[in-house]
Design a protein around this ligand. Structure first.
Ligand code: GLU
Length: 551
């Protein structure tokens, strides 16, 4: 068969040669060892933790080595395209501190290796498909859905590997004349790879070896399927687009999810057939969580709201906390490094693919919360103020009035954070607003019960005595002495240990009395230091709270 003729017959419109594309997209001029990585999301509008996890690896590999990280939009499955999705991808990742150097952008492409949107690269894919056809390495396949179903039934009955390969690849045997006739009749066709693999399907067959940067040497049976490279519409499959794009865009490291491992043999054969060097593959682990029964399972879009990146933004997690947390699940030695370098920015951590887990990365919201407490502790109150305000502006404008008095809010945020054993009360915006709500009259409400040791008739007595003796200028010692006096006058022990020794002699102790004041002031039995809170609330608000308390 004259394959050149066949290639011209199938792709008369393709006038560029592969060499021209190779020249248009030459190897990048980068320093030795610089890595080129990419994120290739589908524009579905849903961007999840797995994307961020992968993007983080891409970003670190590229930027740690002086390389390039670019965004490619993989929209060959046009049913899934959502308007505005590119903006969502770029903005969500930017929020978490991940910026692209090149690729699809908010105002079009940047970079010399575009187009960066697969649906606009049709002629490029077709050019290389044409080359494979001209070399006899790919062919048009006219099998209909029904014929493929019949083939599958036959294979099932004979207990052989399913798929289109070897003698089942019926279009392989068509002559040029037969193909011409079908084309003339307008029959739809796809272009398939003519695989050289052997369908052994077991250990006895030929195997490929790939050195995965995360998983080490992978040995897998070689591909033997005549996979589709161009669909009937002329649009490439993922397999073909991946190989062409990552070659021409000069990607050095392909970071992608473990779900692509099974098609790795196809990609290896495609690279080989095109005569190209494959990139270094980095197949990341699945994100897992522990379910209620303590079993590990994959994070699911349906069941786990925390899979969506929106979740973190809506709850108001600080991006630095999410970054810090991701690093702990990405690299097993990160926490150790952090202990040795408590003040260093995460960018200084020497990230490596070798230290990545390959058996499933365990995602745990409680751990994220713990990390967030530590991370927020290091962020000055002024910056937390700005962050919270921006969050309120975007998600909860009804809280914006809380930010009118900047100095007041900063004092609140700093409460107990400067002590030698600092408080770690701040986790994420939604929680912070709830936590500090009592500082604002419209959010203040009584949450907790008065202590059982204090009889109801004592409550107004305590509060009245407190108000009568209240002097906003008292220091902490003077202030507490007054509470102790009230306690003793009303029959409570001045020290908890006296009450413990002789419970029959007292109603309760000074702690119970101060809890009454705490609840009247803050609505809660637990809170940071009362004296300090009063200093922030100011005299007027403090007095009003005590006066207004109604049990
Ligand atoms: N478009 C693919 C996806 O969304 C990208 C896989 C890859 O990075 O190669 O899963």
């Amino acid at each position: 068969m004259d394959y050149n003729k066949l290639a011209d017959l199938l792709f008369p419109q393709i006038d560029k040669t592969p060499q021209e594309y190779e020249a248009m997209y030459p190897p990048r001029e980068l320093p030795e060892g610089a890595k080129v990585t990419r994120l290739g999301p589908s524009p579905t509008g849903f961007i999840h933790l797995g994307n961020l996890y992968g993007a983080f690896v891409d970003e670190r590999l590229a930027h740690q080595s002086g390389g390039v990280f670019y965004l490619r939009i993989e929209d060959t499955d046009d049913k899934r395209y959502v308007e505005g999705a590119v903006d969502i991808i770029i903005n969500s990742l930017r929020f978490f501190g991940i910026d692209f150097d090149e690729g699809a952008g908010l105002d079009g492409d940047t970079g010399a290796y575009g187009d960066y949107t697969q649906s606009r690269r049709g002629p490029i894919y077709q050019c290389f498909a044409k080359k494979l056809v001209a070399e006899g390495k790919a062919y048009p396949c006219f099998l209909t859905e029904e014929e493929i179903t019949e083939i599958r039934a036959e294979q099932e009955a004979n207990k052989v590997n399913p798929g289109i390969y070897g003698r089942y690849a019926k279009s392989r045997q068509l002559s040029l004349e037969e193909i011409e006739e079908k084309l003339k009749a307008g029959m739809p066709y796809v272009v398939r790879l003519r695989s050289d693999g052997e369908p052994s399907g077991d250990e006895t067959g030929r195997r490929i070896r790939v050195n995965d940067a995360i998983r080490g040497i992978l040995e897998m049976p070689e591909n033997f399927q005549d996979v589709v490279i161009l669909k009937a519409t002329g649009i490439p499959t993922y397999h073909f687009a991946h190989v062409i794009d990552d070659h021409l865009m000069r990607t050095t490291h392909v970071v992608r999810g473990a779900e692509w491992l099974s098609s790795l043999p196809v990609h290896v054969e495609l690279f080989e057939k095109l005569g190209w060097q494959p990139p270094v593959y980095c197949h990341t682990a699945q994100l897992m969580k522990l379910d209620e029964e303590g079993n590990k399972r994959k994070l699911s879009k349906r069941k786990d709201p925390e899979l969506s990146l929106d979740y973190y933004r809506k709850q108001g997690y600080h991006p630095a906390a999410v970054r810090e947390y991701l690093l702990t699940i990405l690299n097993s030695n990160f926490e150790e490094w952090r202990m040795d370098h408590p003040e260093s920015p995460t960018e200084e951590f020497p990230f490596t693919t070798e230290k990545m887990s390959n058996s499933g990365a365990l995602f745990d919201l409680n751990k994220l919360n713990d990390i967030s407490k530590d991370v927020l502790l290091k962020i000055p109150a002024g910056e937390i103020y700005d962050f919270l305000r921006a969050w309120a502006q975007e998600f909860h404008p009804e809280y914006l009035h809380l930010f009118e008095d900047r100095a007041y809010m900063e004092q609140i945020l700093d409460l107990g954070r400067k002590d030698s054993k600092p408080r770690k009360d701040l986790i994420y915006a939604e929680q912070i607003i709830k936590f500090i709500g009592y500082f604002f009259d419209d959010l203040f409400h009584i949450e907790d019960e008065m202590p059982a040791e204090v009889p109801a008739e004592d409550i107004p007595k305590i509060l009245q005595a407190y108000l009568a003796g209240y002097d906003h200028g008292d220091d902490q010692g003077q202030w507490f002495d007054k509470i102790r006096d009230i306690a003793v006058q009303l029959g409570y022990a001045a020290k908890p240990k006296d009450f413990k020794k002789h419970p029959e002699e007292y109603k309760g102790h000074v702690g119970h009395v101060s809890t009454v004041i705490r609840i009247a002031l803050m609505g809660r039995a637990q809170s940071p230091d009362v004296w300090t809170i009063q200093q922030i609330l100011g005299e007027e608000r403090t007095r009003k709270r005590i006066e207004n308390y109604k049990g």
